[in-house]
Design a binder for this molecule. Structure first.
Ligand SMILES: Nc1nc2c(ncn2[C@@H]2O[C@H](COP(=O)(O)OP(=O)(O)OP(=O)(O)O)[C@@H](O)[C@H]2O)c(=O)[nH]1
Ligand SMILES: [Mg+2]
Length: 243
């Protein structure tokens, strides 16, 4: 039986613990990459959740769960985007860790990336390292490229196709070879459903992926690098103010 079918679905914010049988999708990505837009698209035009931003400023501040009522209950976990300025990576990862401590395992990670970006920024690069460092089963990773619906010119289309190929054949080559997928999200409900349906029914991830404590965390060194960057930036700015 398929996991979901497009239809008259209802998305609602979910504040309780996620039931054991629910399928859980964790949405990760830089700020403005389209995580909340994806959830809005799933909700369809009949429902306005008001969770995506109208600017590239970071919008989502907390980990928030949404339930999609369909053939089987599906839970989407929206997260604050990684950004060079706002919340630190440690804060974001701790929030996700807290979510996991209450709700347990995750079936699939969606990593969002704007296909119109000109380059991979510093924090996006670190998020890629973190995702690679999580030691996910590759079947449980889907790279969701966004903003395709905004591309109309031939030149921009070529650039986007080139970037898509770069992500597929270079950045995520290894993961894709072993079962990860890279998809195009067209900012419609049908396209959002196609992304959900691409997830493998047998995928599933440990329930303690995001811990940063002690020497066993594979992502702690990457996050530590972010912390050092922030300290360095703060002291540079302080020096500039003094001079
Ligand atoms: N047209 C279009 N706009 C998009 C798409 N993805 C993101 N956007 C726009 O980009 C802006 C930011 O999108 P959000 O969905 O709020 O981004 P987010 O990843 O949730 O960002 P944070 O909550 O800050 O982490 C909004 O203006 C969206 O409408 C897309 O695929 N198509
Ligand atoms: Mg958001």
């Amino acid at each position: 039986m398929p996991l979901i079918e497009p239809g008259d679905d209802l998305i609602e914010p979910w504040t309780d613990t996620v039931p054991y049988h629910g399928r859980r999708f964790l949405l990760l990505g830089a700020t403005g990459s389209g995580k909340s837009t994806f959830i809005e698209a799933l909700a369809g035009s009949g429902q306005r959740l008001g969770i995506s931003g109208s600017t590239l400023e970071s919008v989502t501040q907390d980990v928030q769960t949404f339930r999609l009522l369909n053939l089987r209950p599906v839970y989407l976990v929206d997260t604050p985007g990684f950004s060079d300025v706002k919340m630190s990576e440690i804060q974001i990862l701790n929030k996700i860790h807290e979510w996991q401590a209450t709700n347990g395992y995750i079936h699939c990670v969606f990593y969002f990336v704007r296909i119109t970006d000109k380059r991979i920024g510093r924090s996006a690069r670190r998020l890629i390292k973190i995702i690679k460092g999580l030691g996910l089963s590759h079947h449980s990773l889907i790279i969701v490229t966004t903003m395709w619906d905004t591309i109309h010119e031939e030149e921009a289309r070529k650039r986007a196709d080139y970037y898509f190929a770069y992500l597929r054949d270079f950045v995520w080559e290894f993961q894709i070879k072993w079962g990860a997928q890279i998809l195009r999200f067209e900012n419609t409900q049908i396209s959002a459903f196609e992304v959900l349906r691409a997830s493998k029914p047998w995928s599933g991830l440990s329930d303690d992926l995001f811990h940063l404590r002690d020497g066993t965390s594979s992502i702690a060194p990457i996050v530590y690098e972010d912390l050092l960057d922030r300290i360095q930036n703060a002291s540079q700015q302080r020096m500039m103010r003094i001079l």
